[in-house]
Design a protein around this ligand. Structure first.
Ligand code: FES
Length: 147
């Protein structure tokens, strides 16, 4: 089957029920998308499918042949993504960094959908977990990015 990830279409020899996460990490060797819980709860595996934040560990590749999939590796080519990364760096959000690609992807998707999002909107839209507890730094970065 074909998958288009970060603007590049590749032919992959995978089963239709393969989780998108493993197609990205194992087949395409894009390691920025992380495996956390594997059950759609933590958000470490968040990517964008047609601009929508999606937990790739519970999303089979079946039906994604015409979708545009974006991972953290391409996020700085997006103007909103570049702004989010800048805010993340400014506020030194990352500690261990494991969850950060998912946090950034969820934030970019929210801001693309709602450029005038408030901090309260962000609190509802972003439910990614961070085991280091960097929530104060995440909130500071989100405060810069929201109206
Ligand atoms: Fe996908 Fe946790 S690894 S939500």
């Amino acid at each position: 089957m074909k998958l288009t990830v970060n603007g590049e279409t590749r032919d992959l020899d995978i089963e239709p029920d393969t989780p998108l996460l493993w197609a990205i990490r194992e087949e395409l060797e894009l390691q920025g998308t992380k495996y956390g819980c594997g059950i759609g709860m933590c958000g470490a595996c968040t990517v964008m499918i047609d601009g929508v934040a999606t937990r790739s560990c519970v999303t089979p590749v079946d039906g994604l042949e015409s979708a545009e999939i974006t991972t953290i590796e391409a996020i700085e080519t997006d103007p909103v993504g570049a702004r989010v990364v800048e805010a993340w760096v400014k506020h030194e959000v990352a500690q261990c960094g494991y969850c950060q690609s998912g946090q950034v992807m969820a934030t970019v998707a929210m801001l693309r959908e709602n450029p005038r999002a408030t901090a309260e909107d962000a609190a509802y839209a972003i439910s990614n977990l961070c085991r280091c507890g960097t929530y104060n730094a995440i909130d500071a970065a989100l405060a810069d990015l929201t109206s």
